[in-house]
Design a protein around this ligand. Structure first.
Ligand code: ADP
Length: 205
């Protein structure tokens, strides 16, 4: 029996807030796996039965069903101690799924929200569209993803704030700075900032 809970770092934020970038840099820093549900979904074969269903949703900026994400994540979390979780939980209904998994598997989540104004997030996504050609990075689908975020992820963020489980990190700074601050938070060396302290206008939540 482990006598310590595994600590996952759970990264939240607008599409384009830098979850993938910060998640993978930080995972490298702490020598843990970066588990991106978006990457896992995009790795599916487009021509398979499941792939066809999943891409029909994500290409339009919609979320996939909770059940599918829960199954995917459960399989991986069973095998690993601490990970950097990027993309799950991302709705209010996925929070109890994660909490239950934590209880069963002896883990806990440190929830981090990357704070970036939505116009910067949009600009970053459009720049990525040119570089990487992700099928959901067109202007129209970005708009839809922003709306889905407000509708489905904002309530999760509000709940975590209310429960004082959310740490806010300004991600308009260079990634190295953000990663080193995250490392301090992770190690418990920095006092956790539970309250929104970046002023208003960030993403309207
Ligand atoms: P972003 O956060 O920039 O939108 P991601 O790579 O994290 O990009 O996710 C891409 C897409 O994958 C989402 O728009 C959504 O369709 C799907 N997805 C990822 N994680 C989840 C989840 N936990 N629940 C439902 N859908 C998800």
């Amino acid at each position: 029996m482990k006598n310590q809970l595994s600590l996952d770092v759970v990264i939240l934020g607008l599409p384009g807030s830098g979850k993938g970038t910060i998640g993978s840099l930080f995972a490298h820093e702490i020598k843990r796996d970066h588990l991106s549900t978006g990457d896992m979904l995009r790795a599916l074969d487009r021509e398979s039965e499941l792939g066809r269903k999943v891409f029909a949703l994500i290409d339009k900026g919609n979320f996939v069903p909770d059940k599918l994400i829960a199954e995917m994540v459960k399989e991986v979390l069973k095998e690993k101690e601490s990970v950097v979780l990027d993309g799950f939980p991302r709705t209010l209904s996925q929070l109890p799924i994660y909490d239950e998994l934590c209880q069963k598997l002896g883990r806990q989540g440190l929830f981090i929200k990357l704070e970036v104004p939505s116009d910067i997030a949009r600009t970053r996504l459009l720049a990525r569209a040119v570089k990487e050609g992700r099928t959901d990075d067109s202007a129209e689908v970005i708009q839809k993803r922003m709306e889905v975020f407000q509708e489905l992820t904002a309530p999760l963020i509000a709940r975590l704030k209310k429960q004082k489980r959310l740490v806010l990190l300004d991600n308009t700074r260079p990634p190295v700075e953000v990663v080193s601050e995250l490392n301090l938070i992770y190690k418990g060396e920095l006092e956790r900032r539970w309250e929104h302290n970046l002023g208003t206008g960030y993403d309207g939540i």
